[in-house]
Design a protein around this ligand. Structure first.
Ligand code: COA
Length: 319
């Protein structure tokens, strides 16, 4: 026994920034961004806090699951960080929802939602009679240098949530990690202890070797999808929807070509949100769920990659 997804939710900040908006203050163009990434616009937290969008997604997911926050046994919040280092974002969500369960953040960057599902699965193996909220949220707009055109155009803010209950939907799941600071990193603010004040202090913004991450991502999607479908005892062709981490259209095109599967098996929503890190997969999951695209028996593969470097993939059969 593992889990089944009984509700999903999404939270996006109101402010939308188009590529044309970015070209007002960055040396870039709509044409460059669309051709290299498929991204046309992204949502940015201007008036909202990170907690606000996390709460919106959580409340939506609880309503969709038709359960009350007080029924939750655990809140897992995959995120690079909330509005405060402590309390954790998960604890603030718990407080605002009026839940009373243990709550913690989990940092696996853009693979966070799948990492969260794997942790939840372990809890269900201990006690199948639980309800777990996995609320993945990131505000990348607060972590990138808005003067760096190579990274600023790629990301956006958002939150996506799933409520899990005991069940048999999870057919296979796999996580990987290969520690690599060069490919992608966000330095931590260093504090101001007088003995350390002369050491170099990098700005706390995202640093990335784009081409290296690109090559890693295409290989990760191919390897992970092959591994989880094999573990689930199915062929890739048997999967109805592949929901990849929404980072870049070209990465998905590259993976589809290498796997020799039609591109339309991959659900792509990178155009409207950019890369929302841990939130990108559950945002798409929620859209398809609310559109009624999942029936009992629908097979969904999730495949994520990101900072760490981490990857995670799984096969879920909708109940
Ligand atoms: C970032 C990425 C889009 C760059 O695409 P690319 O084809 O590799 O482009 P390059 O980095 O080689 O840059 C090509 C040129 O475009 C320029 N360029 C970079 N960003 C630009 C921008 N926003 N607008 C215009 N030009 C830009 C570069 O300066 C470079 O110019 P040069 O040839 O004169 O030196 C691509 O590497 C990528 O998608 N990597 C994966 C990133 C990712 O998904 N990260 C998150 C993982 S969770």
């Amino acid at each position: 026994m593992s889990f089944t997804i009984i509700g999903t939710g999404a939270g996006l900040p109101k402010t939308i920034q188009t590529n044309q908006d970015l070209a007002q203050f960055l040396d870039t163009s709509n044409d460059w961004i669309v051709t290299r990434t498929g991204i046309e616009a992204r949502h940015i937290c201007v008036t909202e806090s990170i907690l606000d969008i996390a709460l919106e997604a959580s409340v939506n997911a609880l309503e969709n699951a038709k359960i009350k926050a007080q029924e939750l046994d655990l809140i897992i919040c995959p995120t690079l960080g909330g509005d405060t280092v402590t309390p954790s974002l998960a604890c603030l969500i718990q407080d605002q929802l009026g839940a009373t369960c243990p709550s913690f953040d989990l940092n696996a960057a853009c693979s966070g939602f799948v990492y969260g599902l794997d942790v939840a699965d372990a809890y269900f193996s201990r006690n199948n009679d639980m309800k777990i909220l996995v609320i993945a949220v990131d505000a990348m707009s607060k972590l990138i240098d808005w003067q760096d055109r190579a990274t600023a155009v790629l990301f956006g803010d958002g939150a996506g949530a799933a409520v899990l209950a005991g069940g048999n939907s999870l057919k296979a799941i796999q996580l990987t990690a290969v520690g690599n600071q060069h490919a992608l990193s966000i330095p931590w603010p260093k504090g101001n202890h007088p003995l350390t004040k002369n050491r170099s202090k990098p700005e706390p913004y995202l640093l990335m070797d784009g081409p290296e991450v690109y090559r890693f991502a295409v290989a990760a999607i191919c390897n992970d999808l092959r591994a989880v479908t094999k573990a689930a005892g199915i062929e890739l062709a048997d999967v109805d929807y592949i929901i990849p981490h929404q980072a870049n259209l070209r990465i998905i095109e590259g993976a589809a070509k290498r796997l020799k599967i039609p591109l339309d098996k991959f659900v792509m929503r990178v155009n409207g949100c950019g890369n929302t890190s841990a939130a990108s997969i559950p945002l798409v999951l929620d859209e398809l769920n609310r559109n009624g695209q999942f029936k009992s028996g629908t097979r969904i593969a999730l495949t994520a990659f990101g900072g760490g470097l981490t990857t995670g993939a799984c096969v879920i059969e909708w109940a």
